[in-house]
Write a protein that binds this ligand. Structure first.
Ligand SMILES: [Zn+2]
Length: 402
């Protein structure tokens, strides 16, 4: 009788405690490692794990960005978990805009090396959830296959001694990390192309593309040797290293968007990454080595080539050359997404700034973070690597005619 009363009392006490915190289906969400996204979490009454992403913010602006996902779930093996990502209400170019519609898949990995895509679902407007089953006691989750500073360091060490490679330090980030320019090919080459990756930290595709392209060029077959005799590629492989290290989404640690304000000289205090790149470009041009083409690699939910249309006859000629480049991409890579509308302008982006200030044909190339339309496959690093390999041919075709 006594134990029945005790049980009844326990139930009664439980019923009164309306503000009780629910049991957590996860033991912990680990964000202690390189490139992990800053976040905090709680659990909803129905057991959904609510992951509150932390925004990074722009200087002298209320622009803010979240949407980078990279963390390690720790929970019992076999447990089914539903996660919901909060704080997707970014402010972009001074306008509110949710990125919820662009997060159609995440990737998961038990070891942080081998990743599997998992589609997300939406229980309502602006909401993104994913349901996962723990294959072991820990599981990495990411927005796209991560490419960390340590991945770049390992890659540069592997290629550093190759006779066709030169790596120079051109400056430092806000936090003092070295910024490298990687050159592949002959300095006397007729055609020069400049590539930049990772201005925005959440967007790793550009790094995978760079690896694919450079490894293809160093394969030492007849085709690669012929390419390297006629072309040189110069690459700033990770513009926003500080942001990548701390798992940020868009801005550098000075609160600068490294793909904005390219219509004016960069502020060396807040954007030393852009100031270093400008100094390097000016020196190259003075030495008679102006790149004929520049591409800035990004990720988004669309995957288009962003072609700007500056006014005047030079703008028309620029557009014609870039449209031909788009044709080369369609012919030699899996690219099918097309380019921006005929009215598209973005004067502060690197695409337009390099043309206006340095006389270089330039474009922003976005990679769809969810889906590779040309392959009808989920977006994964292996496809970005093959794009980089095939970009060699696309560039060859472009320069052969221009
Ligand atoms: Zn971007």
């Amino acid at each position: 009788m006594k134990w029945v009363l005790a049980v009844l009392l326990a139930f009664a006490t439980r019923a009164i405690a309306v503000d009780e915190v629910p049991e957590s289906p996860v033991d912990f969400i680990d964000t202690s490692f390189e490139n992990a996204s800053p976040l905090w979490y709680e659990v909803a009454a129905d057991g959904t794990v609510l992951i509150h992403l932390i925004y990074d913010q722009q200087r002298q602006s209320l622009n803010r960005a979240a949407g980078h996902l990279h963390f390690r779930l720790q929970a019992a093996k076999g447990r089914k978990l539903t996660l919901e990502f909060k704080n997707l209400d970014n402010v972009w170019n001074s306008k509110p805009g949710s990125v919820s519609g662009e997060i159609r898949q995440v990737v998961v990995s038990p070891d942080g090396k081998h990743w599997t895509p998992v589609p997300t679902h939406s229980p309502g407007p602006g909401r993104v959830q994913v349901t996962l089953e723990m294959p072991a006691a820990a599981l990495f989750v990411a927005r796209a296959e991560p490419y960390r500073l340590s991945d770049l360091d390992r890659f540069l060490e592997q290629i550093r001694a190759h006779p066709s490679v030169r790596i120079d330090t051109i400056g430092q980030t806000v936090q003092g990390r070295n910024l490298e320019i990687l050159r592949v090919g002959s300095p006397e080459a007729r055609h020069r192309v400049f590539l930049r990756a990772r201005a925005h930290p959440w967007e790793p595709a550009g790094n995978w593309v760079v690896e694919g392209l450079v490894r293809r060029l160093l394969r030492e077959d007849a085709e690669a040797k012929a390419w390297l005799a006629r072309h040189q590629v110069c690459i700033l492989p990770m513009a926003n290293k500080d942001g990548v290290a701390r798992g940020g989404t868009r801005f550098n640690l000075g609160g600068w968007d490294l793909n904005r304000k390219w219509d004016q000289p960069a502020d060396p205090r807040h954007a030393p990454e852009n100031a270093a790149l400008e100094r390097w470009l000016q020196a190259e041009i003075q030495a008679g080595r102006r790149p004929a083409l520049a591409l800035d690699f990004h990720n988004d939910g669309n995957g288009k080539l962003h072609l700007s249309r500056p006014d005047g006859p030079e703008g028309e000629r620029h557009l014609a050359r870039m449209q031909f480049f788009e044709t080369c991409l369609r012919e030699h890579t899996w690219f099918v997404e097309g380019s921006t509308l005929p009215s598209f302008r973005n004067p502060g982006s690197l695409g337009e700034g390099l043309l206006a200030r340095f006389g270089i044909d330039a474009a922003i190339l976005e990679f769809n973070c969810n889906f590779i339309a040309g392959l009808q496959q989920p977006a994964l690093a292996k496809h970005w690597i093959t794009f980089g390999e095939d970009l060699v041919q696309a560039l060859e075709a472009y320069f052969a005619k221009s």
